[in-house]
Write a protein that binds this ligand. Sequence first.
Ligand SMILES: Cc1ncc(COP(=O)(O)O)c(C=O)c1O
Length: 450
Amino acid sequence: MLPGLLRRTVSLRSNLRTALQFQQVKNTTSCRNLSTVCCIVGTTFDPSFTPINQKPKRTMATYSITPPSQELLKPIHVPPKTLMGPGPSNASDRVLKASALPILGHLHPEFCKVMDDIKAGLQYAFQTKNPVTFAISGTGHAGMEAALMNIIERGEVFMSAVKGLWGERAADLADRLGADVRRISKPLGEVFSLDDIEKGLKEHKPSALYLCHSESSSGILQPLEGMGPLCKKYNCILIVDTVASLGGVPFFLDELDIDLVYSGSQKVLSAPPGTAPITFGPRAIEKIKNRKTRVPSFYFDFEGLANYWGCDEGPRRYHHTAPINSMYALRESLAFLAEEGLEKFWARHKECAELLYKGVEDMGLKMLVPNKDCRLPCVNTVCVPEGVDWKAVTVYVMSKYSIEISGGLGASAGKVWRIGLMGENATKENVERVLKALKEGIESVKAGGK
Ligand SMILES: Cc1ncc(COP(=O)(O)O)c(C=O)c1O
């Protein structure tokens, strides 16, 4: 009956409701049909309208709709900023363009090829032959959760080497997993020696140890030489966090003999936040295979992820929908790393950091970490001088130069500025810009300006 109805209603489009009532629309004409007609004739459908002889029905359409935010209807505004805090760092146009490519299905062969490229790129970045090397869908915290959830079982002893916020964070996650958490600690700005770690291993006998390579809260680079074999000797799985260092400092995973390492995309790799590289060595895999209980997370489950990433014998199966476009971006950032080459990448970060140290010293300021060899070149901690409002300086630097530098985190809060030199942003020009902005900012704040 609709075509006939339509012909006659078009002529009465100014008052559709009357038109339809005039035609004695039968009860069989559903509200959905009426709505369709209204769309065709270009008038609005009144949901409270009930055809004659039909009882009013309460449907979804009878609820009033809360209007959307007016702000949402304006164009998105994203000002350009130079991100020289502890992360994220700026992404190159190449990486951003990659993330705007068409979406593919999560098991399409072309996307599986992107995943394979990422695996190879990460094996290069980590300097490992570990076949189980891929990217978790999530930020650095997701990498941390994936590592801990797969390795630790309830009641097991987990030791966290705490020298800043990230060691505490690992202890917190392990505690949530029901582990028997033990801490060994170092004061702000100091690193663990092999002796410190061995003492802890002897005393606590942990089944896993967390060690942060790049303690970005204090600007510490933890030496890792000898830590892998030491943990092996005590039958302990070594988990290393390289979120703020992967690509920025020399790192040879296989030589170091580390069991499990994870990182983040948004720091030295200069990809958008949201993907977390991870690699599992043979001892980590054996520990996971011998678990007495199931991994308490589906999303981070080793087996499902390893299969989806094509790291086992079986055909790839759906595990979750990977953030497709973020993976394109990660792929391109790894291609960029491979093109420039790790040695040049590392050297560029070191040169920029040296330039920064000199500029900081020339200003009469001090770096938090006294030993240069233990400074993380990617996130540099500059001591805030007595009586200077650190926050006001960061506000000045942002408002005048659109440069982000950040304050401390955890125990370093209020004591340092953190200046990131990572990936795209690790250039001499940026170091000069940030030094100039910092100097001006301090002078302005000291002079009473904001
Ligand atoms: C060393 C370290 N680990 C873990 C994280 C957590 O990463 P995300 O913020 O990407 O979750 C960070 C972030 O700054 C970090 O620096």
